[in-house]
Write a protein that binds this ligand. Structure first.
Ligand SMILES: Cc1cc2nc3c(=O)[nH]c(=O)nc-3n(C[C@H](O)[C@H](O)[C@H](O)COP(=O)(O)O)c2cc1C
Length: 173
């Protein structure tokens, strides 16, 4: 960790965020992964952004499909769920196999038991930021799904004792 006077990475630990699953389908090809980089960027029109590592299968599927679903997770999520969506790849497994799944109006699957809400987005802009791509999507469908508290990254670290994998933009090493 770099800790000289002008650059102490611990400053970035103070940032807060939620945890989300972003998912997309392009024909039979499906990608879904956990991100902590979902954010609303405008309200006229409603737009959100997600930051996805180019080595994640989900990144390639969003790019091809041109749309994605975004679900803020609920606090009652378990570590098996985190393991499936955040530490394994859709290139190797069907992450929606055996879980309660629905599909947005744009055709993207999402898991409904641990989703606080779902929004369906059409990609409007793509920004290459090196290791990751930023997708800005216009919200075409938005529905609350649960009254359970949304999961924050802070709760994930302090209560669930969760780890951050290398492909997350917040990974420190
Ligand atoms: C807590 C947590 C936060 C994460 N944040 C991000 C993120 O913001 N962007 C990203 O691309 N990957 C993030 N990841 C990593 C992906 O979820 C992970 O690499 C996943 O296995 C990719 O799956 P895929 O190959 O099916 O796309 C995060 C994982 C966890 C557990």
């Amino acid at each position: 960790m770099a800790t000289d006077e002008l650059f102490d990475e611990r400053a970035l630990f103070k940032f807060t965020s939620g945890l989300y699953v972003v998912s997309a389908a392009d024909g039979d090809e499906v990608g879904a992964c956990i991100i902590n980089t979902g954010l609303q960027v405008t309200n006229k029109p409603f737009q959100v952004e997600v930051v996805v590592n180019k080595e994640n299968h989900t990144e390639q599927v969003i790019e091809k499909a041109g749309h994605f679903a975004l679900c803020p997770l609920t606090q009652d999520v378990d570590m098996l769920y985190i393991g499936r969506f955040g530490f394994r790849s859709s290139a190797d497994i069907d992450k929606f196999d055996g879980v309660k799944t629905e599909t947005t109006s744009l055709g993207d699957p999402y898991e409904c038991e641990h989703a606080a809400s779902v929004i369906a987005c059409e990609v409007r802009q793509t920004l290459d930021v090196g290791t990751h791509m930023i997708f800005v999507g216009e919200v075409k469908e938005a529905r609350p799904l649960s009254d359970v508290q949304p999961l924050t990254y802070g709760y994930y670290h302090t209560v669930l004792k969760g780890k951050t994998p290398p492909k997350a933009s917040s990974y420190i090493g």
